[in-house]
Design a protein around this ligand. Sequence first.
Ligand code: PRP
Ligand code: URA
Length: 209
Amino acid sequence: MGKVYVFDHPLIQHKLTHIRQIETGTKDFRELVDEVATLMAFEITRDLPLEEIDIETPVSPAKGKILSGKKLAIVPILRAGIGMVDGILKLIPAAKVGHVGLYRDPETLKPIEYYVKLPSDVEERDFILVDPMLATGGSAVEAINSLKKRGAKSIKFLCLVAAPEGVEEIQRHHEDVDIYIAALDEKLNEKGYIVPGLGDAGDRLFGTK
Ligand code: PRP
Ligand code: URA
């Protein structure tokens, strides 16, 4: 079964509290999501492989460690995942960016796919799939299906706020996918919103509604 990592770093928790607050407006919401995404990228890249190289410092020859050229791809689930991309790219600027477009039908809560564009060398890349919200898990499961169908072999799922139902749904369908979250919330309400959650992530990011 895929592992679940909850990032309890104080900076992540502090910023997430402001993201949740109803009085936080679109500009601050967007900036905070961007900042938390950067902090989460720092944690999620902990296991990137390194290689040793010979360098010269101003004082002497030395051994240095650099990233060993692992190919990464970030894939936001549209729309709200877009809010996390730049924050991650600040730390791993060489990553390619794909997109999976899905929305939840408001009646059935089932995901509907409307767009997919991935880097061409899918099989060689490690994917970080990003979406601020993991609610029923339908969107994440469908997005992972979409990546795997196109050849993706290694996928991590990164989100801000998850409901237990969503975590279980990913674990049930995709036991090879680890989940990285800033907070595991209590439950879903009757409309499929995470409680306490942060509301509609897409609307709060883009000022719609
Ligand atoms: C939100 C959110 C996730 C999805 C999570 O997107 O960004 O993609 O809901 O819900 P689930 O786990 O129950 O599938 P939404 O469908 O509102 O689309 P949007 O980002 O275009 O607003
Ligand atoms: N999508 C959101 O944006 N928020 C939720 O609470 C659930 C799904």
